[in-house]
Design a binder for this molecule. Sequence first.
Ligand code: DQA
Length: 148
Amino acid sequence: MKIMIINGPNINMIGVREKGIYGTKSFEEICSYIRSEGEKRGHDITLLQSNCEGKIIDFLQDSYFEKYDGVVINPGAYTHYSYAIHDAIKGNTGIPTVEVHLSNVHAREDFRKESKTAAACIGQIAGFGEKGYILAIEALEDYKEKNI
Ligand code: DQA
């Protein structure tokens, strides 16, 4: 499958920011882990990151025009207030998208418990660190197999 992995604002600072929550692995290490696990499963993996909402929306639109089979997105804090990213995921006319969070957002501050973007996705995975991206890829495989 052709899979686009999108990371949102501040995810590039993983390994530096709030290590007690996000751990000490660098963003680059996490990206190479995702790439190698994804390729091991036979997928074509594109890794993208932006701190800008509009750029993330451009990536999501590209996933449609460039005929991706699935998207995995960690929208960072945009999760909690971006209706524009919600609409962009919905507007992808049928490209299954899985939301991932490194931390368990449901066990943190109240504002993190709400996701404006998850309802546009086929599901959400939170709390399993970088393994969450691989679980999301597996969810896309299952989704494609069932052809829902
Ligand atoms: C995050 C959770 C968000 O609430 C936060 O703003 C992030 C990271 C996560 O991966 O756990 O930047 O998306």
